[in-house]
Write a protein that binds this ligand. Structure first.
Ligand code: CUK
Ligand code: CUA
Ligand code: CA
Length: 640
């Protein structure tokens, strides 16, 4: 979320927050002081102005005993590192990084042929991309809740979407969207819009943020640029269709009945510079009628753009004025909105204001009524516009009718009641919708409650991704960790439980109960077509200059004690780990040859390189596996 940092002089709010804290410290209200005092006087009255850390209902225990397991998984987007991170929650302990878009030195992601095939290579075999910028991660649904099959994550830079299998916790497919730059929001559908009997995720929707010339001819006139909203098949990971739109896409939300998807638009102006992008008083929340789009594609009412064969339907304003045939609906909302989120009761999407101190609550049945010609004015789909505070960015839910919105400028999370906000909008002056506020440290972007974007929202914990950590951790030079804070939301008042430093910059995350996934800890040899199932199959196999080296590993030895190749050979080395015990991973490194990768139990991986340097090279196991781990070696002899 970079927009605000451009609009507001860097550090200005930081200074405000710092001086607030020093003033608080001066009056004896620094966090530490209050926390200590509270311990001594359990249940004592808490001053109204005290931080919510002192709420008397007490904090859930996030400090697990050694050996104790977490009750939730957290799936975090890695940001620049292009990976997906797996955390145990509520402890916040990082358990795994799943490399997706960017090479990873532990796994050998981007080194092995198998990972390169997923990541995509140039004709010369080099990786097409070494950089990424992941923002959003979401998991597959069944019956309105996560089903533990898949998670998806976006790469904004190169318009790629990666799928992660939640049985092995590995990335298995990456798709690049054609004619898209700045792929931002991503959300799987929750049910099939055409066949309602299919009650699980079959599509993944992707929002293109930057408008570009289509096809990209290099035109300077930005008024000619357009964006695309894309649909990717959840199973095949192929792009099914795209919608050409006016304005841009940002975040994406989907309805529980599968009928609607929406994206917030901050640039209906289609401006090329930030002042142009904020010139209009209102932007839009853009709805997509999924069943109608699929019907249009089926009937052949589409074009293609450039080299891409993907069907593109027309979702522009001009072509979608008649509700009876419209594929899209542009609902006007206040200036430059940010996240759009679906409430767990399935009734509403909430668009956060960003440059407006409000959230916009949109009732989905009313949007469907408009498409059916039963609602005259689309604006009537807006059923509430609660004033929540400065810089609202993202919203999550507790399943008890409350919404939680991050306030980037106020450095707070505000808890507000959706029904009360709707009553207030209808004119009920007694309706008080703001329930609680809590200071976070510091500017928050995303937040996610346990199961918050599912029908099983349990209202237990809330994680907040704070973009600036400033003084919360030991200083380590100019680059600060970000601060993921955990908040107990089980009571009326929010209680801050913990700070966790994270390496920049995760953006988004989801948290779900641990029994939803059943991870497998040992691969099956049959998962790999090139597996070497018996050590006796090992050896060096030559076909002219092409050499295949087949090898297995079983602690503490590789099946070949040495192998010989000739200078200039193109060597493909295939290694199968025949160890069957869980947690018995081996590594394989070749000095000077830029090779290091791991093979997990029963896994097969391969590398291809040119043996251009003659000599003896000790290939060794890089992953601690056995008392004789250091002795676990083989020799590659490259003959001159
Ligand atoms: S955006 Cu970063 S805080 Cu990319 Cu989800 Cu709102
Ligand atoms: Cu095998 Cu270390
Ligand atoms: Ca705007």
């Amino acid at each position: 979320m970079k927009t605000e940092t451009q609009l507001i002089p860097p550090g200005s709010n930081a200074l405000a927050r710092r001086s607030f804290l020093s003033a608080a410290a001066a009056t004896g209200l620094s966090l530490g002081v209050v926390a200590c005092a509270d311990k001594k006087s359990e249940g004592a009255a808490v001053p109204a102005s005290a931080p919510a850390t002192t709420a008397p209902h007490g904090a859930a225990n996030v400090h697990l005993k050694p050996g104790e397991l977490d009750s939730y998984y957290g799936i975090w987007s890695g940001g620049h590192t292009g990976d997906m991170r797996v955390l145990g929650m509520p402890s916040g302990r990082e358990l795994l990084r799943i490399p997706c878009f960017v090479p990873d030195a532990l796994v050998g992601w981007g080194i092995t042929n198998e990972s390169k095939a997923i990541m995509g290579t140039k004709p010369n075999g080099d990786l097409r991309y070494n950089v990424a910028d992941t923002h959003h991660t979401h998991a597959s649904y069944k019956d309105g809740n996560y089903d533990g099959r898949y998670a998806w994550i976006n790469d904004k830079i190169n318009a790629r979407v990666a799928r992660v299998r939640l049985d092995y916790f590995i990335c298995d497919k990456i798709t690049q969207l054609p004619n898209v730059q700045g792929f931002h929001g991503i959300f799987p559908d929750k049910r099939d819009p055409v066949d309602q009997a299919i009650n699980y995720t079959t599509r993944v929707f992707c929002g293109g943020e930057f408008s570009i010339p289509l096809p990209n001819t290099g035109t300077e006139d930005a008024s000619q640029y357009r964006s695309m909203f894309s649909c990717v098949d959840a199973e095949t990971m192929e792009v099914r269709w795209q919608v050409l739109i006016d304005g841009n896409c940002d975040l994406v939300a989907t309805s529980y009945d599968g009928k609607l998807a929406a994206t917030n638009q901050y640039n209906i102006e289609m401006g090329a510079h930030y002042e142009d992008m904020m010139s209009a008083e209102r932007d839009a929340c853009l709805f997509f009628n999924i069943a109608r789009i699929e019907a249009a594609v089926k009937e052949g009412k589409f074009k293609t753009v450039g080299k891409s064969k993907v069907p593109v339907v027309d979702g522009t304003r001009e072509s979608n004025k008649d509700p009876k045939t419209a594929l899209t609906a542009y609902v006007s909302v206040p200036k430059n909105p940010h996240g759009v989120n679906a409430s767990p009761d399935g009734k509403y999407f909430v668009c956060s204001g960003k440059l407006s101190p409000t959230c916009t609550v949109l009732e989905l049945t009313k949007v469907l009524d408009w498409f059916d010609g039963k609602l005259e004015k689309l604006d009537a789909a807006i059923v509430a516009e609660p004033e929540v505070g400065l810089g609202p960015l993202h919203t999550t839910f507790d399943g008890r009718g409350n919404a939680y919105t991050t306030l980037f400028l106020d450095s707070q999370v505000v808890k507000w009641n959706v029904d009360a906000a709707i009553k207030a909008h209808a004119g009920d002056k007694t309706a008080k919708y703001v329930v609680d506020r809590i200071d976070v440290h510091y500017q928050p972007g995303h937040l996610s409650a346990t199961h918050g974007e599912t029908m099983a929202a349990d209202g237990k914990y809330l994680a907040v991704g704070c973009k600036f950590s400033k003084d919360r951790f030991l200083p380590v030079g100019p680059l600060h960790a970000e601060n993921e804070q955990l908040i107990d939301i089980s009571g009326e008042k929010m209680v801050l439980l913990a700070d966790h430093p994270v390496r920049g910059e995760p953006h988004d995350f989801i948290i779900f109960k641990r029994d939803l996934v059943k991870p497998k800890q040992v691969y099956s040899l049959d998962d790999f077509p090139n597996a070497i199932k018996d050590p006796k199959e090992s050896g060096v196999f030559r076909q002219g200059k092409k050499v295949t080296v087949k090898m297995t590993s079983q602690a503490p030895a590789f099946s070949l004690r040495e192998f010989k190749v000739k200078r200039g050979d193109v060597v493909t080395l295939i290694l199968t780990n025949l160890d069957k015990i869980e947690d018995l991973t081996h590594g394989f490194a070749i000095p000077n040859y830029n090779v290091n990768f791991i093979v997990n139990p029963q896994e097969t991986a391969s590398v291809t390189f040119v043996a251009d340097e003659p000599g003896v090279f000790w290939c060794y196991c890089t992953h601690f596996c056995h008392a004789l781990h250091l002795e676990m070696r083989t020799r590659m002899i490259v003959e001159a």
